[in-house]
Design a protein around this ligand. Sequence first.
Ligand SMILES: Cc1cc2nc3c(=O)[nH]c(=O)nc-3n(C[C@H](O)[C@H](O)[C@H](O)COP(=O)(O)OP(=O)(O)OC[C@H]3O[C@@H](n4cnc5c(N)ncnc54)[C@H](O)[C@@H]3O)c2cc1C
Length: 452
Amino acid sequence: MSSAALGQFTDSFAGEIVRPGDAGYDAARAVWNGSIDRRPALVVRPTGTDDVVTALRFAREQDLVVAVRCGGHSIPGLSTCDDGIVIDLSRISGVEVDPERRTARVGGGSLLAGLDAAAQAHGLVCPVGVVSHTGVAGLTLGGGMGRLQQKLGLTIDSLLAVDVVTADGRVVRASEDENPELFWGMRGAGANFGIVTSFQFRLHPFDGQITHGFVRYPLERAVELAALFRDLVADGPDDLWASFGIELAADAPGRARAFVSVHHIGSEFEAERDLAGLRAFGTPLEDSVERKEYLATQGMLDAPMDWGQRFAMKSCFLGSMPDELVGRWVEQIPEVPDGVEGGYSVWPWGRAIAAVGEDDTAFTGRDAAFWAATELFWADPELDDACRAWARAATADMERYAIVGRYVNDVVEVGADVARTIYGDAKYDRLRALKQAWDPDNVFRLNQNIRP
Ligand SMILES: Cc1cc2nc3c(=O)[nH]c(=O)nc-3n(C[C@H](O)[C@H](O)[C@H](O)COP(=O)(O)OP(=O)(O)OC[C@H]3O[C@@H](n4cnc5c(N)ncnc54)[C@H](O)[C@@H]3O)c2cc1C
């Protein structure tokens, strides 16, 4: 990077530029996953679309690797790089709600917290994820799972349009009517095709009153509790989302427990009625299910899942979750190294997610019965290899029950064939044609990459 070119860029760029040696450099290069430690040549924070175009043009002229950042939560650290440029959209973070039309325009650097709060201020909601410091962009461009998904589907199912800066510096809109093939690809493989400066979402009426909490039981009851979970999600209404898991408690390392968590958006009466089976299951070790505000629940995991943790994760979409598989989890959980938190987590699939056709968006895996993951958190770098090996082995076991497709936002491996596993062969070929049309030089390659 020549100093003359850098000088010219600095003069034409209205936002902030942070370089090695600057006071804010270490904070600017940090990403959520504490085990990622990369040193970009510069981190730039555009103030608007013109700045994004200027930064991208500069990066291309200087042949710099481009990383695009919204919330910085990419688990494999795809929003940072060594020696290249990070285009950090955090200053393009406004959320404007149109209550009449029930839509929101959301800046490409916004966090879920901003969208949640702005929509709820008008008695509306967009279905998003469960940790409110996650970026709207990365979450949406991959799909977007959350506790409203049984009723409202994935985040992309509420997406109306995106404004995108393309690899050649054009600003285009993608929606069902404009550039529809690009819009198809943005919904599941979006990080491959450009820098989104603005999202437009459909919002849904929602009074924000929920019944939510966890019931926890000794590990010995895990197989029975999983059966109850399956019944709850099969028989319950779309208003009820539930998850099942086996976790290692923070305060009692090595002591595993089974849990079901529930999130019911109907009235208190309906929630009690729909949770009667759970209430009858027997006295839990802990029961935190109660009436709450939706926004309180959306922020509940912000502190436990704060920045800087070391984290390993693997997931897949299950066609079924038989007792035999849950039994394997019970056997495997004690093998997690001491001092590590996390475990298994299973969410129901189907309902509003399956109401959208498998081929209607690039997202792959709508026909699954469940999404299942292993997630581990730890602090000691010495445990990195052991934790990653456990997550790998434990998920490999689940894969016997997996269907085609993986949730791109959970995939930690990067490499030649990874994207094919995520999208399956047919969709991968369609995405490849789209990549050839919009990014033939693979400028946007820090993602689960579709090779042009
Ligand atoms: C604590 C935590 C909780 C999570 N909870 C959920 C959940 O409940 N539901 C769920 O579905 N997922 C969840 N995830 C996964 C999450 O969706 C992905 O990690 C997602 O990629 C994060 O988005 P981000 O904007 O924060 O990440 P970033 O690291 O900023 O970006 C992720 C990817 O998107 C690209 N990108 C970022 N901004 C843009 C943009 N404006 N235009 C184009 N490309 C862009 C980046 O280049 C990168 O490839 C969670 C992850 C973490 C770490």
